[in-house]
Design a protein around this ligand. Structure first.
Ligand SMILES: CC(=O)N[C@H]1[C@@H](OP(=O)(O)OP(=O)(O)OC[C@H]2O[C@@H](n3ccc(=O)[nH]c3=O)[C@H](O)[C@@H]2O)O[C@H](CO)[C@@H](O)[C@@H]1O
Ligand SMILES: C=C(OP(=O)(O)O)C(=O)O
Length: 433
């Protein structure tokens, strides 16, 4: 694990071009294994999760050519082989679970390690995935430290209704449905921008998917899949992160953003902390007039709140970023994580900066912001966006702070420190421990 050292208090200023969304790139990479045609992916970020998947592809015998300078990845899965006894799917990342359908389709068997839990956000179930594999005809059994999934015959189409709008289960459903002969439907499907981007990639391969961006997907499966070129969009998480970093340091950061249509609710949430966001000509910019201040609701005696839930609600992965703003902004705000039951325990760490945060239950915290803060050494859990949130607070406080175990940032944000330095930040990684 590496730590981030920051000498905070410098307003960040300048322009940034964000990278692609890890949660779009990873399902797309998994899906590539469904086709034997050559593929070219443009805008592939150099992040650890991507490296882990490409390593698996190499061991399967796929051709993998990644030009880092142009972020272009050429893939050709042709003469591949898979051995469930020896091949290990990557651990400590959620996306490994989306290698199961293409492995099933191609080799008839997949083995998934137990530790595919990703960020430590509380319980991260695999049951919804198992239900999907079984409904398409897969056989699922426990093996030591892993799960074995087999296909006997072809996958059969299904009509499935999810307990909740799960992102990776929706993507797994689409992967299975594209491989199954016939029409499948999914009700209560997730519709996050990255789910939509993944579906657009599948459509480029030739998959027939209707209802993209809605909670009901129809997939006409069994057709031949081709290849082609796909270009990733900018990551809305990273766009939001840089805008928030500009705001919390009292600077002026302009971020490339070709999909402002995803931002109305994110913009309104910024406004709750006194930050105005403007989108113009493919770029977004955050303005702060004076100190950050929590907006007072019209309704008497209620707290300003940020409610995170499956899209089109406010995205749960952005909640820590706004908690950082809440700690800095004058006034009180409630943050409500409706998705995860263990994603807020880290907020106690904020007290090391002198911040006042009260956790009312596993899903809700209240920030009492605007008080004096001091630099500190803090410990990040294995949660990408929390390492960033702790960094944000540190970057806003004059003096030297240290974010210990900040390495999860490398799972999603390539060149994070380099980008920050280009905006004027004084920040560096310590050597890997
Ligand atoms: C690789 C990837 O794409 N990871 C993302 C994906 O994970 P992932 O697809 O694992 O997350 P899910 O959407 O399945 O939700 C995760 C967990 O939240 C709980 N849950 C979720 C929704 C709900 O309405 N009720 C409920 O109880 C369940 O315990 C579930 O296991 O989506 C999450 C939710 O946007 C994001 O945090 C992760 O970054
Ligand atoms: C929680 C995240 O990723 P994962 O689902 O892979 O843990 C994330 O991207 O913030």
């Amino acid at each position: 694990m590496s730590n981030l050292i920051v000498h905070g208090g410098t307003p960040l200023r300048g322009r940034v071009t964000p990278s692609a969304n890890k949660n779009a790139v990873l399902p797309v990479l998994c899906a590539t294994l469904l086709t034997r045609a050559p593929l070219r992916l443009v805008g592939v970020p150099d992040i650890t999760d991507v490296r882990k998947i490409l390593e698996i592809f190499r061991t399967l015998g796929s051709e993998v050519r990644w030009d880092h300078a142009s972020a272009t990845l050429e893939l050709h899965h042709q003469a591949t082989h898979f051995d469930a006894a020896t091949h290990r799917l990557p651990e400590e990342m959620r996306s490994s679970i989306m290698l199961v359908p293409p492995l099933l389709a191609r080799f008839g068997v997949a083995r998934l390690e137990d530790n595919v839990k990703g960020c430590t956000l509380g319980v991260r179930e695999i049951d919804p995935h198992v239900e999907v594999f079984r409904s398409f005809g897969g056989q699922v059994e426990r093996a030591e430290g892993s799960l074995l999934v087999r296909r006997v015959g072809m996958l059969t189409p299904v009509h499935h209704w999810l307990d909740y709008a799960s992102v990776t289960t929706t993507e797994n459903f689409v992967l299975c449905a594209v491989a199954a002969q016939g029409t499948s439907t999914l009700t209560n499907a997730a519709s996050e921008p990255h789910v939509q981007e993944f579906c657009r990639f599948m459509q480029m391969l030739g998959a027939q998917i209707e209802g993209v961006g809605t909670s009901r997907l129809t997939v006409h499966g069994g057709g031949d899949l081709g290849g082609g070129e796909f270009r990733f969009a900018e990551d809305f998480h990273e766009i939001t992160t840089f805008l928030a970093l500009g705001a919390i340091t009292g600077g002026d950061v302009v971020v490339k953003n070709s999909a402002p249509e995803n931002f109305p609710l994110i913009d309104r949430t910024f406004a709750k902390f006194g930050v105005r966001v403007e989108h113009r000509d493919g770029w977004s910019r955050a303005f702060v007039d004076g100190p950050l201040t929590v907006q007072t609701p019209f309704t008497p005696n209620v707290l300003t709140k940020v409610e995170a839930a499956p899209w089109p609600y406010f995205p749960v992965d952005l909640l820590p970023i706004f908690i950082a703003l809440g700690v800095r902004a004058q006034g009180n705000a409630m943050f409500w994580n409706k998705v995860y039951d263990g994603a807020l325990g880290w907020t106690g760490e904020l007290s090391k900066f002198g911040a006042h945060v009260y956790q009312s239950d596993p899903h809700r915290i209240v920030t009492f912001g605007g008080g004096p803060l001091a630099p500190a050494v803090v410990e990040s859990p294995y949660i990408i966006r929390v390492a960033i949130a702790l960094f944000m607070v540190a970057a806003s406080i004059p003096g030297r702070s240290e974010i210990r175990n900040a390495t999860p940032i490398r799972r999603a944000h390539p060149h994070f420190v380099e980008n920050l330095r280009s905006l004027g930040a004084r920040v560096e990684w310590t050597a890997e421990e």
